[in-house]
Design a protein. Structure first.
Ligand code: NAP
Length: 490
């Protein structure tokens, strides 16, 4: 099988089987599916295709490892994660090449994703030994209260394709630190980097004599069929999902049956507010970062640019010039700053949303077309004169499209920002501290970036409100998702 975009040394080490109970093995059905490079559409690998039988085998292994893993000392869990972090750092270039090959990102972005993912592993290696409890006298006297933390138990981690290493790291590291065995269902479109990292964990578990069933990896082309029996099985105690709100709702319904603990990192529709006192060149730079990472295919991508009418021309001109300078191409080609979208359907969806906006009166300032040639590309696009009802504004575009709308007052800007079912992140550019504090109170999102286009950090709680999700990943909060609280009256 040809691997056009991967160095042979990396290609030779990508596991393409399922990981169950410490062994890479084919699917019970013998089936496999193809994983392609979105920049060329060429097939990279055929990967074992897990089904329900494999899922239950992985759960049996996780459940068998449960007590032993829980009994492993926090220090030993910390040291395992630290060793995985060091491995990720040592093989960062290999990992970045894989991220680019299966997801299309420019290599510089893939390197940043790998560093970001490794940061989660390091952070939770440090948190594993800092789990708090509580002891105190009951207020009425006569008893003492102990509050203890213990691991929830086997956890199913379902991840999307857009950050194939960061998403698994953000879930797996706190789960393992807390003492939970995990089963990972990576995205069908991008399961390779997950497998590469999983082999690092597997090897470290083996070298340390730790239970092999702690980590299962189940790439699959039939997500629903794979996860349904797991969600119905009482041995599974936790579901952590990152993906679309639509699929999140389906999973929440299934999880309700067994009253499963859930964490949900779902869709976004981030507003990017530029006020009349903003540093406009800085806002343009922040807009580029907030919009164009992974060609707009991030949950925290700025989806709507809300700009004060007095600075709209200057901002839109600056953004147009910045978009015009982007270089589309294969992520591994030096100089590329805008990669492809993940699949043909994504290009269709973006093209349709832009066409509808243009029909409704929007003006294309940059891009607005598909380039010729192979791969799933859509040109970085700036639209102005967009209306609040346009699809590019109401839906999560998940592509390289920046629709610019104007506002006259702060109140109007906040109302537009909040006028969505989503509440993941918002960005605002202003030099007025009083306004910043008003935005903190009034903008309905789980995260707010002030004068910056990126907010994510392993040490900070990432997550949304409203239909953007439940729970947090990262920071002190991230490990709480994998712990339950036990109260002892003494
Ligand atoms: P998706 O279609 O919801 O898929 C996410 C994961 O769920 C994939 O592994 C997918 O498997 C699996 N899945 C799909 N249907 C399922 C079902 N019925 N039962 C169980 N699992 C199922 O989302 P996506 O297109 O990969 O990712 C884009 C979305 O993720 C966007 O909405 C984005 O905002 C969101 N996202 C959110 C965050 C966050 O932290 N809030 C981060 C990144 C992305 P297959 O690959 O086999 O379909």
């Amino acid at each position: 099988m040809s691997t056009p975009t991967l160095p042979p040394t990396v290609a030779a080490h990508v596991p393409t089987e399922l990981l169950i109970d410490g062994v890479w093995r084919p699917a019970a059905s013998g089936r496999r599916f193809e994983v392609a490079d979105p920049a060329t559409t060429q097939v990279l690998f055929e990967v074992a295709d897990a089904g329900p039988e494999d899922a239950l085998a992985a759960l049996t292994a996780a459940d068998s490892a449960r007590e032993e893993w829980r009994a492993v000392s926090p220090r030993a869990r910390a040291e395992l994660l630290r060793a995985v972090f060091e491995e990720m750092r040592a093989h960062a270039e290999d990992l970045a090449a894989l991220v680019t090959a299966e997801g299309g990102k420019p290599l510089a972005e893939s390197r940043a994703e790998v560093a970001y993912a490794a940061d989660y592993v390091r952070w939770y290696s440090e948190q594993a030994v800092r789990l708090d409890g509580l002891a105190r006298r009951a207020p009425a006297g006569g008893a003492h209260q102990l509050v203890l933390r213990r691991p929830v138990g086997p956890a199913l981690l379902i991840t999307p394709w857009n950050f194939p290493i960061a998403m698994i790291a953000r879930k797996m590291a706190p789960a393992l630190a807390a003492g939970c065995p995990v089963i990972v269902k990576p995205a069908q479109l991008a399961p390779l980097t997950t497998a590469y990292v999983a082999e690092m964990v597997r090897a470290e578990l083996e070298a340390r004599g730790l239970p092999a069933g702690v980590l299962g990896i189940l790439p699959s082309s039939s997500a629903g069929a794979l996860t349904t029996p797991l969600l119905a099985d009482p041995r599974l105690r936790k579901l952590s999902f990152t993906g679309s709100t639509e699929v999140g709702r389906i999973l929440l319904r299934s999880a309700a049956q067994s009253v499963l603990r859930t964490s949900m990192e779902l869709g976004g529709n981030a507003p990017f507010l530029v006020f009349d006192d903003a540093d406009i060149p800085a806002a343009v730079e922040g807009a580029l970062a907030a919009k164009m990472r992974n060609s707009g295919q991030t949950c925290v991508a700025a989806n709507r640019f809300l700009v004060h009418e007095s600075v709209a021309a200057e901002f839109t001109d600056g953004l147009t010039a910045a978009f015009d300078r982007l270089v589309m191409g294969h992520g591994a080609t030096p100089g590329t700053t805008a990669g492809p979208l993940i699949e043909a359907a994504a290009v269709e969806r973006v093209a349709a949303a832009v066409a509808a906006a243009v029909d409704g009166g929007a003006r294309v300032r940059s891009g607005g077309h598909r380039p010729r040639g192979a791969g799933y590309f859509y040109a970085p696009t700036v639209l102005e004169n967009v209306s609040p009802d346009d699809l590019v504004v109401t839906e999560e575009v998940f592509g390289p499209v920046a629709p610019v709308m104007t506002f006259a007052t702060e109140g109007e800007a906040v109302a537009l920002a909040n006028g969505t079912e989503f509440g993941l992140v918002a960005y605002a550019y202003t030099r007025d501290v009083g306004r910043v504090m008003r935005l903190v109170e009034s903008v309905e999102t789980g995260m707010l970036g002030i004068n910056r286009g990126m907010v994510s950090d392993a040490s900070a709680p990432f997550g949304g409100v409203k239909s953007s999700g439940l729970g947090r990943e990262g920071g002190e909060a991230g490990i709480e998702e994998y712990l339950e609280t036990v109260y002892v009256a003494l």
